[in-house]
Each structure stands twice: as structure tokens, then as C-alpha cells.
Write a protein that binds this ligand. Sequence first.
Ligand SMILES: Cc1cc2nc3c(=O)[nH]c(=O)nc-3n(C[C@H](O)[C@H](O)[C@H](O)COP(=O)(O)O)c2cc1C
Length: 361
Amino acid sequence: MSGDRKDDHVRLATEQNRERGRLNEFDDVRFVHHALGAADLDAVSLSTHAGPLRLPLPLYINGMTGGSESTALINRDLGIVARETGVAIASGSMSPVFKDRSTIGGFQTIRDANPHGTVFANLSANASVENARAAVDIMSADALQIHINSVQEIVMPEGDRAFSHWPENIARIVEALDVPVIVKEVGFGMSGDTVAQLSELGVGIVDVSGRGGTDFAAIENARRTATDFSILSGWGQSAVVGLLDARDAAEHANVSLLASGGVRTPLDAVRALALGAQAVGVAGSFLRLLKDEGIDALIEEISRWTDQIRSLIALLGQVSVAGLAETDIVITGDVRDFCIARGIDTTMYARRSGNKGEHRS
Ligand SMILES: Cc1cc2nc3c(=O)[nH]c(=O)nc-3n(C[C@H](O)[C@H](O)[C@H](O)COP(=O)(O)O)c2cc1C
């Protein structure tokens, strides 16, 4: 059953990704170009960190698959892509392992293909401490992603219907594990309030995974044979507003933010990094490329992304991922409206570089 579900998710997410319009809230984020401000490309370092995790590149393949024969092959290919490109990689939810032990190899294949890379295991907020420990062991994982996905569960015909125990359960898992826990959404975003709450539960890394890319409300609605639930399509916040909304809470509580959801290009990745993400995750569009064009195409694409992220950092006058916090960003459109309504000052982002151009003249 859950193997069929995973196959459905891959099929529907891939179809959705092929059809999706290109506009999303990343388009509301523009960099101010300072014509004399570029740095030397050779000086740029792409290494980053999220809490105690050191990452050579600010990009990761986000949690997607496992639990069926075909998704085991996808995991193997994604593991090879991660090894060849150096990006971190997360498995899909490992819940199937605890229902059917024969599915284990379809997850472990990620680690087998990529023995020295950074690998995240993935489970739901319902997972027991025992299963959380086992998932980390099975993958020799560097961290555990816990996904929170109430919207998806609500629309999923066979989904969970009880959610209020999640915070307590997350705190138990964080307490019990000796690797970092990353709490992530699955494409509906996080508010600053949620990030503050997660920090109180002991969570040090949060992926605000927002809307604008893979839409699980639409995917689960397509799987429903009962009543239509399309009203939830487009629910939630984008990664862009998630980063803006969570900035104060994250700084105050020393939480590292990651961003994913609707990241379409290396420019979107750099936008997210400049808005405070330590690294950026991509799921649906990398999966689509793997399915449509194969493993070499995805390796080439991710290599292009890392090259272009480096170029953009230099163009913005920086030599590190952290330096992007000093770039000038103009925030427009729906994102600006959201910020005004939430009392977030967007003007400070437009003058963060301290007008270096003037100082130099
Ligand atoms: C086919 C597919 C399966 C997914 N399965 C999981 C999962 O098991 N666990 C999880 O945390 N997120 C899962 N996700 C969500 C992604 O990790 C990510 O949060 C979301 O797709 C938004 O990123 P995107 O717009 O780049 O796809 C899945 C995404 C896709 C496309």
C-alpha cells in the first residue's frame, strides 16, 4: 500500500513539475546590482554549515522516495548523483521500513552509492524514538529529517487525523538522537512562530519548505476517489516568506534555516541564501529531470547549478555563502504585501551592503 502510494507520488509530482507555470514568489526578490562591486570568482568558497553540519556545497537533494521497487532505483540513482556532485541528499520517509523490512535496501542504496557524502534519513513526526534511532543507523545518517505535513495528511484519503501530539514527539526524538534533527515541511512553509516553537522543542535546524513548487495538496487530491479537496491547493507560505517571517525567531534562538520548495534555478537558490538560508533543497524538479533525461543529465544540471551559484556570489561582491547576508535585496509584489501585513521591515534588506559603491568613490 505505502509502496503504491510512493509510486503515485513520483508519477504525480513528475507530471505536476512538467506542467507547472514558471512564476512563484522567488520572482518578488531582486538583487541590487552594484556594477563595480563584483568579487573574484576564484576567491569564492561554497562551503556552509547548518548547526553542527558542515556542507561543502549549499545545495541538497531533498527527501523524496523509497519503499517500492521503482523508488529504490530512483534512490540509487540519486545517491550516485549526490556522490558525483558533492551535494547532500535526504531519503524519502523511511516509515515503509518499519512496516516491511524488505524495503530497507531501497533506502540503504543511497548510502551504498554515496559512502562518504552527507546523507539525511527521513521520518514523520509520528515516528517512535526507537524507529528514529533505527532510521539513522540504517542510513549511517549525518542527520534525521522529520517532516511535518498536516496539509498533506488531511487531503490524503488514508492520512493521519491526529496532530496535536507532534510537538511532544519531536522533542522526544531530538532528546534521544545523537545526530542533528532537521524539521521540515513538505511544501506548505513555516511561520516564524513555528520556528520559535521548534527551537523550544530543542530543534536547531529547520527547513521552511514552502509552496510554489511541488504541491502535495494537489497530488493527494488527484489520488482521492472520494470528495474533491482542491480548496487546499496553493495553501501555505512560500520559502521566501518563510525565511523573512522566521528570521528574527531563528536569530534569537540560534536556529539554522534551510530553504526548499519551488527553487527553480541557481538564482532562486542564491535568493534563498541571501534571505538567510544556510543551504537550499530541491526535490520535484531534480526528480523530473532524472526521470525524463537520466542520471547524467541530472549530474550535469547540478554541476551547472553549483558553478552558477559560485558566479552569482562573486557578482554580488561576496566570497562566501555567509557573505550573501550583506547583499542588497529589493522585495516586491505579494512577498512585500505579506511582510507589511506581518510587520516585517523589508527596507533594511535593500541597503544591507552599506552602499559600498559610495564609500569607494
Ligand atoms: C515525489 C516526492 C516525494 C516526497 N516525499 C517526501 C518524503 O517522503 N518526506 C519528506 O520530508 N518530503 C517529501 N517530499 C517533499 C520534498 O522534500 C520537498 O519538501 C517538497 O517537494 C518541496 O520541494 P520542491 O518544490 O523542490 O519539490 C517529497 C517530494 C516529492 C516530489
